[in-house]
Design a protein around this ligand. Structure first.
Ligand code: PAN
Ligand code: ZN
Length: 193
């Protein structure tokens, strides 16, 4: 504690533990629960009419995030369970909004627990890569890469993620730029284009 400087303030807290059912992908006693519905996803899918129909038809929950928060500070590690529902908007697979970290030189670890999908990643200069999600697979999102999860399967895509406490979320730039690649389900096959 005595070595921390003013620029990397890190609050001292007591150790604690959190229980999971990893096979089911459940954090047992989350403090924070965020749910994003179809109506929160406007502007992200290619087929906006199909999204409007989904919203009119009951505005289903698209994905949920469960957390036990720690201070949003350098030195702490944020972690969460992300539960992205299966489905399509038109033919496009359900996905998260996606973001860069506000402190863009911070990475993230995603451990896939359930379901199938992709981690889609892009840089501000237009490079785009994706990695497959499957249970037991860790995807490393390096610093500088914006990231979005995509559910290509028939069950929830659940992952456990860990990232620096001071990373922050920048949604605006991704909303403006979009991702160069999208995943579609066509005739029972997943197509990335
Ligand atoms: C994750 C994401 C979570 C939801 O915790 O925040 O999967 O996705 P959006 O934030 O894009 O809506 C993460 O990447 N945190 O940094
Ligand atoms: Zn992130």
């Amino acid at each position: 504690m005595s070595t921390a400087t003013a620029s990397d303030k890190t609050t001292f807290i007591e150790p604690f533990a959190v229980d999971y059912d990893l096979a089911a992908g459940i954090m047992k006693n989350p403090t924070n629960h965020l749910a994003r519905r179809a109506s929160d996803m406007r502007g992200h899918y290619r087929n906006s009419a199909a999204l409007d129909a989904l919203i009119a038809g009951g505005d289903p929950v698209h994905y949920e995030v469960f957390e036990v928060p720690v201070p949003n500070e350098y030195g702490h590690l944020m972690y969460c369970i992300s539960d992205l529902k299966p489905g399509v908007v038109g033919e496009e697979c359900f996905m998260t909004k996606g973001h860069y970290h506000t402190r863009i030189n911070t990475g993230e670890i995603y451990l896939a627990l359930r379901g199938r999908g992709f981690m889609m990643m892009k840089t501000t200069d237009g490079q785009c890569r994706y990695e497959e999600f499957a249970p037991g697979r860790m995807v490393y999102v390096p610093p500088y890469w914006g990231h979005r999860s995509i559910n290509t399967g028939d069950e929830p895509l659940i992952s456990f993620c860990v990232y620096p406490g001071d990373a922050g979320h920048n949604y605006g730039d991704i909303e403006r730029e979009g991702f160069p690649k999208r995943a579609f389900r066509r005739g029972g096959k997943i197509v990335v284009e």
